[in-house]
Structure formats: structure tokens, C-alpha cells
Design a protein around this ligand. Sequence first.
Ligand SMILES: *Cc1c(COP(=O)(O)O)cnc(C)c1O
Length: 396
Amino acid sequence: MADLAIEGGRPVRKTILPYGRQNVDEEDIRAVVAVLRSDWLTTGPKVQEFEEAFAAAVGARHAVTVSNGTAALHAAMYALGIGPGDEVIVPAMTFAATANCVLYQGGTPVFADVDGEALLVDPAQVERRITPRTKAIISVDYAGQSCDYDQLRMLANRRGIKLVADACHALGGAYKGRLVGSLADMSTFSFHPVKHITTGEGGVITTDDPTLAQRMRIFRNHGITSDHRQREAVGGWFYEMADLGYNYRLTDLQCALGLGQLRKLASFVARRQVIARRYDTAFAELKVAHPLAVRPDAAHAYHLYVLALDLDRLRVKRDAVFAALRAEGIGVNVHYIPVHLHPFYQKRFGTGLGQCPVAEAAYERIISLPIFPAMTEGDVEDVIAAVRKVVGAYTA
Ligand SMILES: *Cc1c(COP(=O)(O)O)cnc(C)c1O
């Protein structure tokens, strides 16, 4: 066994391979430059064009762009009228923004545990947390595969609760043949550079409900009922602010980039799936680390490729494996610290260990490997070699 880089041995790679990275080509760059030469840098024709193309791509009637994925979640909570006294159930295993958006509106996030194999929110745990104050459920398509939407839909419908999919991991995926983006009352996406397609920063909400879409269009523009381009079209100046909103607009520059990115979405997702299959094959033989379970009814979009370590068979904890892989030049990551364990939530809500034991135990074991469409075959083989090297050296 070769010496680990962390102990002074030769690293598998000289430069760090990140866990995710954008893929921007010359077509994208030309599209952005063309907008720079045009009349509209923001709130112009590219916004509508991108929204229409995005809605069509995910099989939804409406798409409302906003400045990032967190703003998308905030807009969704606003559109549902979440406010003080309202509870929204969110999975413990997610990025903090999924829960924060409830607080932005003065509501209370209630954490539900996930299943131990795929780390997707467990409908039985959601049901246990429903109270008369529950107004919405936010599901998270963790790593890129869909939650059990048939179950979640049934729970929500029975109680008149709204279902919001935080689909930031799952753009380009599907559940039982239905596209991600059309599975909940609203679905939110992020265009951060590590996500499936990028606009630098950016986000979008999809819905079939024209009333929700209209509320979010007003919300992203200060609560004003018309935008600059609409007023220009009728030659008027008059506008009114109907409610308190924010400036959460996405620019035409970004939407032009988004249009080019969207055309490549299918090939990006296909490439992620090819890399995941190569990893699956390579790691099937490992006794001390296992890929997360893949559900048969989901077309996995692989925002993340997560390995779960078998800590009983390793001499070290996850953090030592993490440090050793980094030393080998592999930009591993951890997704996520369960949200209810963040100091803010512990202090504000008295949450803590024991509340979502499955997510808490999973957190100790998980590690995300690099996966993004621009990875070369050599990059993929480097990751495999480094994982074999490190877990081999640390096997008990
Ligand atoms: C990326 C992400 C967000 C937030 O998106 P931003 O564009 O970074 O604000 C929210 N939820 C999940 C699950 C995410 O992965």
C-alpha cells in the first residue's frame, strides 16, 4: 500500500479537484456579451425567454426567476402566506437555507428525520410532526434523487397542507417518469456554480398555479405590481407597491447565460450519471464505504455523489478520511451538518442531538466526492484511486 499523502507520501494529484464546478462554453460567453451590448441589462426580454424555456424544460406552467436559490425558497414561503404561528416541516439533512426561509417569513421550521439509506425525508416522520399549525412541507431531493412524492402528496392533500420541493439538487431528474419541477405545488432551484446549470448566482421557482406565480413576481420586485419593462411598453410611469417585497430580480445577463446552460442540461446530467455509474462499479467492492442507496423509481440527477463510511470497520473517523483525501488532492466535502444542530437553531429553538437520530448518525459517516460534467476520465480515476488508497490504509 502506497504511503498516504497526509503522512508524507506522494499525493494522487498535485492540484485539488473540486467537488463541483461550472461548465461555461464560448456560446454562453457570446450570449452574455450580446446582452451587454443591448438595451436591457436587467428586467428585459431574456428574463421572460429564460423563464418560458425553464418552465417548458421541467414540465411546469410557470417559472419565476429570482436572484438565488435561497430567494426562491423565501418567495415560495411568501406566496403561501407563511407567517408567525405557522409551522413548516423541513428535513434535518439539508442546507440551512431550506429552514431559514421559513424564519424569514416569521414561521417556525419543524425538523423531520430522513431514511438511513438515501437520506431522503421519511414520510412517516413528516406525518408524526404534523400539527394543526402545519401549513407546508418542504421536501429536499437530497443528492439529486426525488423523495417519495406519492406519499408526501397524499399526506399534504389529506390535511390541506402545501408541498414545496427544494429541488436544488435534482434539476434534470425525474420521479416515476414525471419531471422534477412538476412534482409539488412549487419547486425551487439554484443556479449557483456547483449546481446543474449556472447563472453565477440565481434561482427559480416553478409552479402550475398562476396566482402563486403572480405573487412571486411581485415579491421579487419590491412588492410592486408592474415592472419597468411593462411600464415602458405602455409609456406610463405610475406604479404602486401592494405589499412589502424585495429586490430579488435576476438580470438579463444572467438569464442569457441560463438559456445557454439550459440547452446543455440533458448532456450535463447524462455525464453526471456516467461518472456516478463508474464510481458505483469501483466502490461496489469496498467493505468500509458504500454509496447511498439509489431508489428504483427515481432518475437520479447526481448533484452530489455521497459515500457513507462504515465506521465500525475503520480505524479513524470521517474527519480523518476527509483530511487524507484532501491531502491526496481530492476536494471532498460534507453535505450536511443536520440543520437542527447548527448553533443558531440550538440557541433559538432548543433543538439538538437526539431529535433526528438517523440524520445525526448519517452526518458522522458521509463524505461527498467530486462530481461535475467537466471532469475528465483521468479525474474520475484519480478519485477512485484516492478513495481506495485512503480507506484501504485506514481499514481496521
Ligand atoms: C444550493 C441550495 C440552496 C440555496 O441556493 P443558493 O442559490 O445558494 O441560495 C438551497 N437548498 C439546497 C438544498 C441547495 O443545495
